[in-house]
Design a protein around this ligand. Sequence first.
Ligand SMILES: *[C@@H]1O[C@H](CO)[C@@H](O)[C@H](O)[C@H]1NC(C)=O
Ligand SMILES: *[C@@H]1O[C@H](CO)[C@@H](O)[C@H](O)[C@H]1NC(C)=O
Length: 471
Amino acid sequence: MVALFKTDSVPYRPLFAAPRSLSTKFLTLLSIFSVFCLAPYLLPSHIKPDFPSFRIPTGRTRGTCPPRSWAAGQWVPKPPPTNRTDFTKPQDAYEFLGFQGCASSREHWWHLAADNEKLYDRFPGVASWDWATPSDCEVRPLNPSAIVRDLVEQGGWLLIGDSVTENHFFSLSCLLYPHVRATPDYNENPYYDRGYPQNLYLEPSSPLVHSIKFPRGFDIEKTPLVTFRRIDLLLEQPQLDHIYHSLHPDSQYVSANQSIFSDEATWNTSPQEYAKIFTSPLPEGNYGTMIVSTGGHWTTTLFSGLKDESMFKDGIQNVIDFFGEAMEVWAREVQSLLDDAQEEEWRKLRNKIGRLTGGSKRSRQVVVRAYLPGHEDCHNYRAPIETYSKGRWGWYNWNQIDLYNDAFEAVLESRKFPDIHFLPIDRPALLRPDAHSAGDCLHIMSGAGVLEGWTHYIWHYVTRELPGRIR
Ligand SMILES: *[C@@H]1O[C@H](CO)[C@@H](O)[C@H](O)[C@H]1NC(C)=O
Ligand SMILES: *[C@@H]1O[C@H](CO)[C@@H](O)[C@H](O)[C@H]1NC(C)=O
């Protein structure tokens, strides 16, 4: 990391500085280029710097890599982050996964899969794979410092989803460490409910603080870079009941005064609520991207009202059909909430209130990450697989997750939702049965490259693929 800051802070200016002797110029160029060329070898292999400040304009268009192209890659071996093989205690996880630490304190060792001695033999092999993309795919090299910078300058990320999205949040708290700090502190108070917001903030002692261009009104103490909200279904249960009954007044399954839900535990907040967070002005909010994912909780046990034992898998198709209907309503609502917020910001800017309150017109995007099934026999694996096949036993709704994803994607193909994008980037994870948590086969451990790959691609997508798109 030290090398990263050094290279990052080499200013561009010397190339254009006032005339100097030829040899000084030559030496400057030589030293810049040697840093440029050597840095990739000096850094941990999962951190590949890109050097925005060295990019000499060539008139070439910026590289692109659409989601399907990214997803068409393959896992290739890379040297592990350490040559040690004696993993004996949870604290070894950082070195064996190539992290300096992780900012989040919630279920810390569980997220790092360092909580089960029987599976210690997975380290460091589990962190010795790179996702290699096809040659037509020009993706920004993964660079945590550049991500931190973009999370301030171009807007933070609001993560909305279930416990798998929480896995993503935890991974970000490691990848961006030590430049971020996390709240709340679960060591101090382990009793916060799962629904409690978790945040990453810029760490004031990070050397990046000196080179970031802060938006007016940004407060290092108060403005989150990343927020996670545990929201399993994207809509509240009463809203979903209402949607179901209005679309199916003559349902054969539930009468108009019955809920479609069992009392199975689930955490949900309405889109109005989280759109309010997403669009809140500085210093409380500076979000540019909302990353959404759902699927795992759409089961016939939670949606027990739609259960039909005479059908395949207790009528899972009823739940899938309703999922498509509900996501259409969700997308309409979210797009209109975004449109309203943007309208309001334009109005404030026109009235010049914006300038006084630090308001700005920010373009906000929603990306929907395809959901993922687990792998039934995951703990038997010690390497990626080449092709995914569905589980033999058909646990939970895992073998139907592709149908949920197809339904959500079909909704978002509509031009009615210009700011909501479906990202079918689930294939890298499908090929990593070896990368699950140590306690179950759905959740994904930090550091194996899967969750870090979501961060990598989504960052590329919102900073390279979306800008300049014709709306
Ligand atoms: C592991 O050992 C090899 C061979 O000696 C060496 O090239 C490599 O740099 C070492 N890796 C780490 C992370 O120390
Ligand atoms: C629900 O509606 C049915 C008729 O549709 C009625 O017989 C029943 O009493 C109602 N139940 C409740 C709890 O209101």
